[in-house]
Design a protein around this ligand. Structure first.
Ligand code: EPU
Length: 407
């Protein structure tokens, strides 16, 4: 494959940013919103709350003049975990929220106890009823000083969004540093919020009684850009990834450098070249700026082509190795030992019928299918479209041969 591919806006930035619309009755204008299923689900959930708006050509115009319903129903959000992001903003603006418990990827335990703990300390009563979380705040939320016991991306975002409307000055400690959190902070600042400490682990938020609408361009998706950068590492490929922020994938680029890739970055492009041989490496997933769990599966596919034994330790989620069994069906030699996968390369891959178990696993299987001899069929491919905008079209433009079969 060769050519240029453009990264879309970040799904995991656009999701909390759409949730932040709940905080104000003003009008919002978002650009570079990725046209992926998880975003469409969030848009529907907002319409259910009373939002008026439109979503086309990667642009969303939206406002919620009044909360007409405090309900985020299961039928709408069962495929997406991001519903939990509506809890903080809804209870902050409306004093009451009934949000379906999160769906989304089957990648292991995905607790939300720190989200709930923080909201409780702000004065919210939380209960659970038939797969819904009910949050009631009889008084306006009050400021807290809270340290997250472990780093959580959506936990940081949820409490941040509650704190911008709480009375007093909230201090959130041990916050997640992912660029998507920083992008949400930029949006909240544009809405008139008072937040200090962007890109640091401690955020100091002084609540405001109301916030305005805003215009915002979503940052590029670092997981999508990383996926295409990895695609460019397979022998013979020459891919230039556009609309990137190289710093967002700094850890990936270091890892690829260690495995012998030649990585070139410019202001907003990344290109990689393999000189034919991929060195085995040992990697462990960590919160940002460490190696992202969301690029673990795709790297695994690459390392099946390395000359020797690689190890990947998954530290964030406890069931994120489902792609390994599927890759083995293609001829890979991957063994699991607890939270470590042992990848013995180099193994030629052969086309097979595979099942996509989660979003990032499905991307790993697509990469496998591209280098396998013969035809690969990926079932349950809807997982892919939850988070990758037009991936088949983008890869076909680079020379791949992918057909999407609607069933
Ligand atoms: N955790 C707790 N308690 C909490 C919250 C988290 O114990 O209250 C634990 C989780 O069980 C997990 C770890 O902390 O072991 C990290 O979870 P985190 O909360 O950071 O994950 P998340 O916010 O649910 C977001 C992304 C994921 C991404 C992770 C890690 C969104 C909408 N989702 O999930 O994205 O893998 O951060 O970076 O931002 C994806 O896009 O494919 C995806 C799964």
């Amino acid at each position: 494959m060769s050519g240029r591919v453009r990264t879309a806006g970040a799904k995991n930035a656009a999701l909390p940013e759409l949730a932040a619309v709940v905080l104000s009755s003003g009008e919002f204008h978002f650009q570079d919103v990725p046209g992926v299923e998880d975003i469409k689900v969030m848009f529907l959930a907002l319409e259910n709350l009373g939002a008026e708006g439109e979503f086309h050509s990667n642009t969303i115009r939206i406002k919620i003049p009044a909360i007409k319903s405090p309900l985020v129903p299961r039928e709408i959000v069962e495929t997406s975990r991001a519903s939990v992001l509506l809890l903080g903003p809804l209870v902050a603006r409306n004093g009451y929220a009934k949000v379906s418990t999160p769906g989304g990827c089957d990648i292991g335990d995905r607790k939300i106890n720190y989200h709930l703990e923080g909201l409780k300390r702000m004065g919210t009563d939380i209960s659970e009823e038939k797969e819904h979380i009910i949050a009631r705040a009889p008084q306006p939320l009050r400021a807290i000083d809270y340290s997250f016991p472990t780093k959580t991306v959506t936990g940081t975002e949820n409490l941040l969004m509650a704190a911008v409307l709480a009375e007093g000055t909230t201090i959130l400690r041990n916050c997640a540093l992912e660029p998507e959190v920083g992008d949400l902070i930029d949006l909240l600042l544009a809405m008139g919020a008072d937040i200090k400490g962007k890109n640091s682990e401690t955020l100091v938020i002084t609540g405001k009684s109301s916030l305005t609408g805003a215009a915002h361009k979503v940052v590029p998706d670092r997981i999508e850009m990383g996926t295409y950068v990895i695609a460019g590492c397979f022998t013979g490929n020459e891919i230039i990834v556009e609309n990137t922020v190289p710093g967002y994938v700094g850890c990936l680029l270091d890892v690829l450098g260690k495995s012998g890739m030649q990585v070139t970055t410019a202001a907003d492009t990344i290109s990689v070249n393999s000189n034919g041989s991929i060195k085995p490496i040992d990697v462990e997933t960590m919160p940002y700026p460490g190696y992202p769990t969301d690029l673990q599966a795709q790297l695994t596919t690459l390392l099946t082509q390395a000359d020797g034994v690689s190890h990947i330790k998954e530290n964030i989620f406890n069931n994120r190795f489902q792609h390994t069994g599927e890759l083995n069906k293609m001829g890979a030699n991957i063994e699991l030992n607890g939270d470590v996968s042992i990848i013995r390369g180099k193994t030629p891959l052969t086309g097979a019928t595979l099942r996509a178990t989660d979003l990032r696993a499905s991307a790993a299987l697509v990469l496998g299918g591209l280098i396998a001899k013969g035809t690969t069929v990926i079932e349950n491919a809807s997982q892919l479209f939850r988070g990758y905008e037009n991936m088949p079209q983008k890869l076909n433009a680079l020379g791949a041969d992918i057909k999407v079969i609607e069933e």
